[in-house]
Design a protein around this ligand. Structure first.
Ligand code: AHR
Length: 490
């Protein structure tokens, strides 16, 4: 029997809503087609930005959007993306298929998108091939209210007021595509860039250093030792994939593929724990956030699509990955201040997929929608005592769960059953709770690789759920195999 104890009247840290952030790069069909169709498109749009995508993302309360990369960020020169569109230069997108980047989507378009989404922009500046002056000038262009040449150029390009920028990345993967630097070298480079990255209206800028990937603990140690005083956040990238050179199909997999990807996703708990322990040595008050600004599943691109465009389908397996990962972020929310799933539209573990004028929601999208009540809620103390889900002489916990209480006193408890073939009986003690109304929703399907397609867009979507009973602060629940369940207790 799986057991759970939740202290519903307990207090914990706030689950920062920015943990539910997103990442969109100039890569494949993420922007061009997926978000940006241009003002003259027959696809309904507002100033060139797709209305259907904006409405979908607003519905999950998207808190922030990271842009323009990724690897693209360290090859991006912001002046290419301002001014009349027909005069903007075409550049080769060297990281993603050598296609021509028209720069039709640039600074003004991105910040218009964020305003339409009502989310915070998170801009990643160019360290790898840019200069300190270029980055500093971008900030003046964006944030200065007075009459400088750069602020006047912004006005000429149609924006009078400065934008309220808070989140600023200083390079991306600077151990790799962002300059192939050593940690010791990048730490000094970071300090230099950070010195000139300021808000020109006097507000505080949240500066995020290019961080490690996976289990590169040396990078974290050096950055924290040499540069913690100059940063507010340290980025971390971790993708759940079978193997870098043979990632496997997003849709055609057996139980081994299911188990392996979920086990890889759960490894996020270990690496966050290890990076946090290093950060604790230099920053015991946890002022510096760990910003997991790229995470998600990564498979071989869909057959018949450009492999450099990283277009992949999204199944129930991805929904489970999203759910267990968000639970891990909640667990570490005193250190994890922000996270950004890769990537919002048509790339990797996307929220939505588009085809011409059509858009579908993925199973991952539905998890973000079911979990949105956790945003900015108080994490409740929880003890999870799961059974094992055993596969091929290996095991992972069958249950993952998290609970929070919002400002109105409503409690949201979210659960996953990771087993693709066994239901999970769960007994849950709710300490501190009186009479309760409970409503439930479930995301599951008949097969591990169930997915939404343009022909069948509602194959996987949340349904009402009532396989639970509650009596005297004791909740008994049966989670069907391979399911994500959300219960709201009022
Ligand atoms: O998300 C795709 C790529 O993965 C990003 O551009 C890069 O930062 C990471 O390696």
């Amino acid at each position: 029997m799986n057991r759970l104890t939740i202290h519903t009247d307990g207090n914990g840290p706030t689950i920062n809503r920015h943990i539910y952030g997103h990442f969109a790069e100039h890569l494949g069909r993420c922007f061009y087609d997926g978000i940006w169709v241009g003002e003259d498109s027959p696809i309904p749009n507002t100033r060139g930005i797709r209305d259907d995508v904006v409405a979908a993302l607003r519905h999950i309360n998207i808190p922030n959007l990271r842009w323009p990369g990724g690897c693209f960020a360290d090859d991006y020169h912001w002046r290419d993306g301002i001014g009349p569109r027909e005069e903007r230069p075409g550049r080769v997108n060297t990281h993603w298929g050598n296609v021509i980047e028209t720069n039709h989507f640039g600074t003004h378009e991105f910040l218009d998108l964020c305003e339409q989404l009502d989310c915070e922009p998170y801009i990643c500046g160019n360290v790898g091939s840019g200069t300190v002056q270029e980055m500093r000038d971008w900030l003046e262009y964006l944030t200065f209210a007075g009459d400088s040449t750069l602020a006047d150029a912004r006005r000429q390009n149609g924006r009078d007021d400065p934008w309220p920028i808070t989140y600023w990345g200083i390079g991306n993967e600077n151990w790799g595509c962002g300059g192939n630097m050593r940690a010791e070298f990048y730490a000094d480079v970071y300090r230099r860039y950070a010195t000139y990255c300021r808000h020109f209206d006097g507000r505080k800028l949240y500066r995020i250093a290019g961080g490690p990937h996976n289990a590169d603990y040396h990078w974290t140690d050096v950055l924290m030792r040499e540069a913690a005083a100059f940063m507010d956040g340290l980025s971390l990238h971790y993708y759940s994939m079978i193997q870098w050179d043979s990632k496997g199909s997003a849709t055609d997999f057996d139980e081994s593929g299911w188990f392996t990807i979920l086990k890889k996703a759960l490894y996020m708990d270990t690496i966050i724990g290890q990076h946090s322990a290093i950060m604790d040595r230099y920053d015991p008050d946890r002022r510096v956030g760990l910003v997991v600004d790229e995470w998600g599943t990564w498979y071989d691109a869909e057959p018949g699509t450009n492999p450099a465009f990283l277009y992949q389908q999204n199944t129930l397996r991805d929904a489970l990955v999203a759910a267990v990962t968000l639970h891990i972020f909640h667990k570490h929310c005193e250190r994890v201040h922000m996270a950004n799933i890769a990537q919002t539209v048509n790339v990797l573990q996307a929220m939505v997929l588009t085809q011409g004028e059509h858009m579908i929601l993925t199973p991952t999208y539905h998890v973000f929608e079911m979990f949105k009540g956790h945003q900015n809620a108080t994490r409740l103390p929880i003890l999870v005592e799961p059974e094992d889900y055993v596969f091929d002489n290996d095991a992972i916990p069958q249950i993952s769960a998290s609970a929070s209480r919002n400002a109105a006193g409503e409690i949201l408890v979210t659960f996953c059953n990771t087993s693709p073939n066994q239901p999970a009986d769960l007994t849950c003690n709710l300490h501190g709770t009186g009479a309760l109304n409970v409503t439930g929703r479930i995301l599951t399907a008949e097969s591990m690789n169930a997915r939404n397609t343009f022909e069948s867009p509602e194959a996987v979507e949340p349904k009402p759920f009532d396989r639970f009973s509650i009596c005297n602060g004791h909740l008994a629940i049966t989670l069907p195999a391979m399911s994500v369940v959300a219960l709201t207790l009022t």
